[in-house]
Design a protein around this ligand. Structure first.
Ligand code: ZN
Ligand code: ZN
Ligand code: ZN
Length: 515
């Protein structure tokens, strides 16, 4: 159901809130203020220039903003709720938490912060820290639950300078390990896996963390190795053998009956166990990896064309996919690119993937420029000043690829607060996937009443054009539903081994295939 009836037509709740969170210089009067209105030509307008969209002055702070209730703006409400959550018991905010208070309070979309704080466990965590019931340290945080929310608050506290930085993924692995080991029933297996984790996996991760972030992938790989080793030991036990009694036949049988991921995941454990006399010295069967064959140039061009033309692909997916397909860079490296890695030489856009920076030809350069103008995940307390080219949902961390991103999607952070569902009925801004059907079955306000000359109804844009600045993205661009590159595509193209020198060849093939 539409919630507002503006001169341009009915506005659903999602588009209304979005409109009330848009600021800038009004194209009508040139004043810098809230710009809820959109003219038929797409100009951004203040409420006055749009024909009077309502009063949005906060009765407490006097700012023009989305009003949460009783005429009080979202930021004032967020400030009140944060103050309550962060008070040290005497009615004032614990001084060490003031930077956290300021950073959350300053988020561009206070509504997200209010919704985040409305979850019962979030104020509970903040209260525990503010009152000193739990020490304001990494260890103190680790004693709190649920862990996803704790991870998010930890990232914020590190970003604010309240807690010292730690390698987040190393920390997560250290937290996960004892819990996982507790679940191993056989005490001998548990002991052996504990030794392997401590003296091999953790030692390697800590060494890596001294020179750079260990990242999501190494953390996951270490867990996979442990899980695979546990499965192997269980399989061995089912055959009546301890690790010391493992035979070449046991090993060959296991390798013959598992997939290549498990085989690869087990090799480090087997080598370590043999070197440390936990297993007899056996020959490790060779692993023939089940990598997909490299994609052909034709397939590559097809993928590039789809990425270039498909409006349903999100801009962030489009840019990352183009960088993989054009430059064959590994995904972990691409997501760590920063704005400083994108430069210009005259009209030529350059990207620094090594030295010297390489040129990005048109039309791909245009995609990167467009994407940079509207990078995601910058509107909350998480990443307001992020220099990452692909900022993630968590403070200081880049975005993760679709498969892991969806696996990690939680309700832990304000950024993951679900948007109010847009009305399916005739919001004049909501890009309904079947807008034609919508307009015929449900007459809009502008159709039902004579259009007002001062602010005529805004025509519904074609379904394939990009959404306007205020427009909430439609169901087609939902993370789960949008037609996005499958992880297989990324992996497959990542293995093609194209060198950056092939960019010219790709570019010419691309142009030819379009003519
Ligand atoms: Zn104006
Ligand atoms: Zn206010
Ligand atoms: Zn709408």
């Amino acid at each position: 159901m539409a919630t507002k009836h503006w001169p341009e037509g009915s506005i659903c709740s999602g588009c209304f809130v979005k409109a009330c969170e848009t600021y800038g210089v009004c194209d009508g009067c040139g004043v810098d203020r809230m710009l809820p209105g959109i003219s038929p030509s797409g100009d951004r307008l203040c409420t006055d220039c749009a024909g009077g969209l309502g009063d949005y002055i906060c009765t407490r702070c006097g700012q023009e903003a989305w009003r949460h209730y009783a005429g009080i703006c979202g930021r004032c409400v967020l400030t009140d709720r944060l103050t309550t959550a962060l008070t040290d018991g005497t009615g004032t905010i614990r001084p060490e938490l003031t930077p956290l208070f300021e950073s959350i309070r300053a988020m561009r979309r206070p509504r997200s912060g209010i919704l985040w704080l409305s979850r019962p466990h979030v104020p509970a965590i903040l209260q525990a820290l503010a009152t000193g019931r739990v020490p304001l340290t990494h260890d103190g945080l680790s004693s709190l639950t649920p862990w996803r929310s704790v991870v998010y608050i930890r990232d914020l506290l590190i970003a604010c300078g309240t807690l010292p930085p730690i390698d987040r993924y190393l920390f997560l692995f250290e937290q996960w390990l004892p819990r996982w080991l507790e679940g191993i029933d056989d005490p001998e297996h548990r002991k052996l896996l504990h030794r392997f984790a401590t003296w091999h996996l953790l030692r390697n991760l800590r060494t890596t963390a001294q020179t750079g972030p260990i990242g999501h992938y190494r953390n996951q790989s270490a867990r996979t190795q442990l899980r695979t080793a546990a499965a192997f030991l269980t399989d061995l036990a089912a055959r009546g053998h301890t690790p010391q009694q493992c035979t070449q036949t046991d090993l060959d049988r296991w390798f013959a009956t598992t997939n290549s991921t498990a085989k690869l995941g087990l090799r480090a454990f087997l080598r370590w166990a043999i070197d440390h006399h936990a297993m007899p010295r056996l020959a490790l069967p060779p692993v023939v990896t089940g990598h997909s064959p490299p994609i052909s140039n034709h397939q590559r061009i097809d993928l590039i064309r789809r990425i270039h033309t498909d409006p349903a692909i999100a801009p962030i997916d489009r840019v990352i996919a183009l960088l993989i397909l054009l430059y064959a860079q590994p995904l972990p490296r691409i997501v760590r690119l920063t704005l400083a890695d994108i430069t210009h030489d005259g009209d030529q856009l350059l990207i620094r993937l090594g030295d010297p920076p390489v040129p990005v030809p048109q039309p791909f350069a245009g995609h990167i420029t467009t994407y940079i103008a509207s990078r995601p995940n910058l509107v909350t307390a998480t990443n307001p000043g992020s220099q990452l080219l692909f900022p993630g949902r968590r403070a200081g961390h880049p975005s993760t690829p679709p498969a892991s991103d969806s696996a990690c999607t939680t309700s832990a952070s304000p950024t993951s607060t679900p948007e109010p569902a847009p009305s399916e009925n005739c919001c004049s801004r909501h890009q309904h996937p079947s807008s034609q059907q919508c307009s015929t079955t449900h007459p809009t306000a502008q159709n039902a009443s004579p259009p007002k000359p001062a602010a005529p109804g805004r025509p519904t844009p074609p379904a394939t054009t990009p959404a306007d600045p205020h427009h909430r993205t439609g169901p087609d661009s939902n993370h789960h539903q949008r037609q996005t590159l499958r992880t297989d595509d990324w992996r497959q193209s990542n293995r093609t081994g194209y060198r950056s020198g092939s960019i010219g060849r790709v570019s010419s093939l691309f142009s030819r295939s379009f003519r």
